[in-house]
Ligand binder design. Structure first.
Ligand code: ZN
Length: 134
């Protein structure tokens, strides 16, 4: 199988996240009314429906809450990455986030494992935040 690696589809809401990642900052929206962190970014707060949101840099640290390992090729561009993990993280600021864990054997991933963000510069335009054991 062959194909291009999937890339994010940029829009007005998520562009600041990807621009911050390009600068190796892990930044998310925070509601200016109730303070809830939002990811994915969007036009209103899922907690209080307020529209105002500001971008804030997070620590980029947290723990693994759950994970899966993909053995099936759903995206031809990821065929060479099989088997790859997808982890559900709880970041220190309380936000739940989905990512990949790098620098670890899939069989060694554990619930509660502390992690920190790493920024993988894919090319001149795209940086992908991922996580590694801390
Ligand atoms: Zn809110």
């Amino acid at each position: 199988m062959q194909g291009e690696r999937p890339r994010p589809v940029l829009d007005v809401w998520n562009a600041p996240f990807w621009a911050a990642a390009r600068e190796h900052r892990f930044s998310v929206q925070r509601c200016e009314s109730c303070g809830q962190l939002r990811f994915p970014p969007g036009p209103s707060c899922p907690g209080c429906l307020a529209e105002a949101g500001a971008w804030v840099d997070l620590s980029g640290t947290g723990i693994v809450q759950s994970w899966v390992v993909f053995h099936q090729v759903y995206f031809p561009g990821l065929a060479e990455a099989i088997p790859y993990n997808v982890v559900q993280l709880r970041l220190d600021e309380g936000l739940r986030f989905l990512s990949n864990l790098v620098g670890v054997v899939n069989g060694e991933i554990r619930v509660g494992m502390p992690v920190s963000v790493v920024f993988e510069d894919i090319d001149a335009d795209f940086t992908l935040p991922r996580f590694r054991p801390a």
